[in-house]
Design a protein. Structure first.
Length: 285
């Protein structure tokens, strides 16, 4: 099975159809150069200060930089990109009434970094979830060109339906080669890995992933983007970070500093496809 590339006019239904069939798909040229350059400019000071990965999986010549909802306004726009968010909602809708932001992370693979071990991202929750549940939908935005030589993401189309112990043959592995500004969608169940960088320049991807509202997020968003920063953001971003209730009783809180019961703190109600209501996080420290 080949990895499909759709044009920038692709709609949610096209992405969903490709995900259903292959578990992965590229939509090319979604962002203009100016947006990509702006993102890169916002995050580069943080990437420069990031150490290389601590093990082979993280990549000993790879920099992984998070807290991007807090650090980059352009990243916040990408988190709520219409095509991505509508696709994530529709994809996860059979399993939840709300989705949440799982992680924000640039992955800068430097020359000489070997290929990452092949895996499924759903292993973040161990192997406890039943295979009938699709827990997450993932994106990697190409912030440089992704080429065969510089470590474009490897993936095995169709492997989202395989028994977990099945190993891919070399000819079943594709690479998500794509121009800067394109986005690679892949499910939590499809086999994939970062490629080896055999070029002379770093490869930069932005990994933004979404999961079921009732699961624990991979990146702790309450610490990575605390209330005093989140209070100024678009309510849709606030809700995706987790400043909302998941289900009827999930994620409620009490204001620890309120002695009078008078402080107004409203959480947004972000239901799939719905518009969030106003949130007031201004009272929190
Ligand atoms: O950098 C990439 O292309 C993929 C990385 C990846 O799959 C991961 O770190 O989980
Ligand atoms: Fe991964």
């Amino acid at each position: 099975m080949m990895l499909k590339t759709l044009g920038p006019e692709a709609e949610v239904k096209d992405v969903l159809a490709a995900l259903e069939e292959a578990g992965a798909v590229i939509v090319r040229d979604v962002l203009d150069t100016q947006t990509v350059d702006q993102f890169n400019e916002e995050v580069m000071p943080y990437i420069e200060r990031t150490p290389m990965g601590r093990d082979d999986f993280a990549g000993r010549s790879t920099k992984r930089t998070g807290a991007l909802a807090a650090r980059s306004a352009t990243c916040r726009d990408l988190i709520v990109n219409e095509l991505v968010l509508n696709t994530a909602e529709a994809f996860l809708q059979p399993f939840t009434s709300k989705i949440t932001l799982h992680l924000t992370q640039t992955i800068e693979i430097h020359p000489g970094n070997a290929a990452q071990q092949i895996h499924r991202d759903r292993y973040a929750w161990g192997t406890y979830l039943p295979t009938s549940v699709e827990p997450q939908l993932n994106t990697i935005w190409a912030m440089t060109d992704f080429t065969e030589e510089n470590g474009a993401t490897h993936c095995v189309p169709g492997s989202h339906r395989w028994p977990w112990e099945q190993k891919p043959k070399p000819e079943q592995i594709c690479q998500a080669e794509m121009s800067k500004g394109s986005v690679f969608f892949y499910t939590g169940s499809v086999l994939h890995n970062g490629g080896a960088n055999r070029s002379s320049a770093p490869r930069l991807g932005l990994n933004l992933t979404y999961c079921l509202g009732w699961l624990r997020q991979e990146e702790n968003q309450y610490l990575s983007c605390p209330p005093h920063l989140a209070k100024n953001f678009d309510p849709k971003v606030q809700a995706l970070l987790g400043y909302t209730q998941g289900e009827y009783a999930l994620g409620y809180f009490s204001d620890p500093l309120d002695e009078t019961g008078q402080r107004e703190i409203v959480a947004p109600e972000y239901v799939l496809g719905g518009i969030p209501e106003a949130i007031t996080l201004g009272g929190l420290p």
